[in-house]
Ligand binder design. Structure first.
Ligand code: BEZ
Length: 211
């Protein structure tokens, strides 16, 4: 059965470009983003690993880090890293998991046989400090991911874990948010003393609380 939101992210051990890891230990008490790519030495994947490497400070600001898997060897990942550095203008700033036996790919259901071959599709799992899966995305092999969207969802999760709010469509950090519909107006007055704009009784917009 495929993994669902709220499930514990399955643990595994693996060799990576940064050495052998136990995944849960590697996650520590921060947020993690586990992603798969179809294959080393392929164009879209090269741009994706470059983009993720360039965003390492943005992940760090959110107490998050990324790790990537494909069914290639660590040796190939390291050789490919030289191409990434040369063509994407950044060294690798994240570990690449070698998964030639497909242990991780199968554990996370990253191989979709009707998508052409036995390589992984572009899966994304956002994992919280309790090791729970909080977001999943699956992109086709032909489309590189939007990493700003992954960071945006981490921002939303971190905000909504701490305040009784949710975030509207296309929300960006700093935009107005929605007061949780479960909160009565009476309770909302205590938590949002600056008030809100009630577009309907259930759609109450207010300033982002941690700003
Ligand atoms: C790519 O990274 O360019 C790619 C890899 C596998 C299938 C399609 C595209």
């Amino acid at each position: 059965m495929s993994l669902r939101l709220g499930d514990t992210a399955p643990n595994f051990t693996a060799d990576t470009t940064e050495g052998h890891i136990d995944f849960h230990e590697w996650l520590g008490d921060g947020w993690g983003v586990l992603m798969s790519h179809p294959a080393d030495f392929t164009p879209v994947c090269t741009t994706e690993i470059g983009a993720t490497s360039r965003l390492s400070e943005e992940f760090a600001k959110r107490n998050a880090k990324a790790i990537v898997v494909s069914v290639d060897s660590v040796e190939d990942h390291k050789k490919w890293g030289e191409d990434i550095e040369r063509t994407q203008g950044t060294p690798l700033t994240l570990p690449l998991i070698g998964d030639t036996d497909r242990k991780v790919a199968e554990l996370y259901d990253m191989i979709h046989p009707n998508e052409g071959d036995t390589s992984t599709v572009r899966s994304v799992f956002v994992i919280d400090p309790n090791k729970k899966i909080r977001m999943t995305l699956t992109y086709p092999k032909s489309a590189g991911r939007n990493f700003a969207e992954i960071l945006r969802v981490i921002d939303s999760l971190q905000l909504t874990d701490n305040y009784k709010v949710t975030t509207p469509a296309d929300w960006q950090n700093g935009d107005d948010v929605i007061i949780s519909p479960a909160l009565s107006d009476q309770d909302a007055e205590k938590l949002f003393p600056e008030g809100w704009n009630a577009l309907t009784p259930y759609l109450r917009m207010t300033k982002q609380p941690n700003r």
